[in-house]
Design a protein around this ligand. Structure first.
Ligand code: F6R
Length: 261
């Protein structure tokens, strides 16, 4: 795992965007694993700007999102499908038919999850998986105690996650309490993983995820098992990390990061 600490949220977001852009330029037909949430809104705005101003080309990309709420019709403004259409898909030249999210209102949710995994495999697996982290330590909606080998499935959301996301609903009580999510095992199969976390409210969970023991109580700790995982944080989210000096040294000195300093 590599940890990169940027001084501000803006710089952390820009670095994550540049790494995604580099992936798309290196392999135009990349399969991207995408996330939603407040952290990603700015990142998608930067990617849209890169598309407009630098011609970043999504036309051959395919995408698979991590998760979707159960029980909302697809066109509901609170679905992650609507979020993705609004923040990214309508702003870049990705072919909407190549964008995938699990269908949270499918009649047979187990079958839907099985088919979602199958579609990912048929597309050759995820080249780059983008992740945020919830205050419960979740990645996707893999709440505490999710098996580190779990696959795409339905998951009940914890009170911490409901408290985190309910304010995004016009009537907070309408937030679904269950979601379909890629599993931790599914996520770990991506060829490369990029986690972005910003803000002081993520400092405790980032310290646990990066430097704590691997445990299903904090799903994000499973990322320590991944051979190519980069965690980008701003100063505020890095506040509780023990190894800050070492992480700074790596970013300033390792040749791999020369183009991004
Ligand atoms: C959503 C997802 C979640 C979020 C996490 C952080 O697709 O995968 O794991 O990334 O809840 O959300 P924000 O960015 O709103 O703090």
């Amino acid at each position: 795992m590599e940890v990169i600490i940027m001084p501000t949220e803006e710089k952390a977001t820009l670095l994550a965007s540049k790494l995604i852009a580099a992936q798309i330029r290196r392999k135009p037909a990349s399969t991207l694993g995408l996330a939603t949430g407040r952290t990603m809104e700015n990142l998608y705005a930067v990617l849209a700007e890169m598309h407009r101003n630098e011609g970043l080309d999504f036309s051959l990309c395919r995408s698979f999102n991590l998760d979707e709420y159960i029980g909302l019709p697809e066109e509901d403004p609170n679905t992650y499908r609507s979020y993705m259409n609004k923040h990214l898909f309508s702003k870049v030249n990705i072919d909407i038919r190549n964008t995938h999210l699990p269908h949270g209102n499918a009649p047979d949710l187990d079958l839907e999850c099985e088919q979602y995994e199958k579609r990912m495999k048929e597309c050759g697996g995820i080249d780059l998986q983008l992740l945020g982290i919830g205050r419960s330590g979740h990645i996707g909606f893999n709440e505490p105690l999710s098996s580190l080998a779990s696959r795409t499935r339905a998951k009940a959301l914890t009170p911490v996650t409901i408290e985190q996301n309910a304010p995004l609903f016009p009537r907070p009580e309408d937030m679904p309490k269950r979601a379909l999510t890629m599993g931790v095992g599914t996520i770990l199969e991506a060829r490369r993983i990029l986690m972005l976390a910003t803000g002081a409210e993520k400092a405790d969970i980032i310290a646990k995820a990066v430097e704590g023991p691997i445990t299903s109580m904090v799903s994000a700790t499973a990322l320590q098992l991944h051979p190519k995982c980069t965690v980008i944080v701003d100063d505020a989210a890095a506040e509780k990390l023990q190894g800050k000096d070492y992480y700074h040294w790596i970013f300033q000195n390792e040749p791999e990061w020369a183009d991004y300093r």
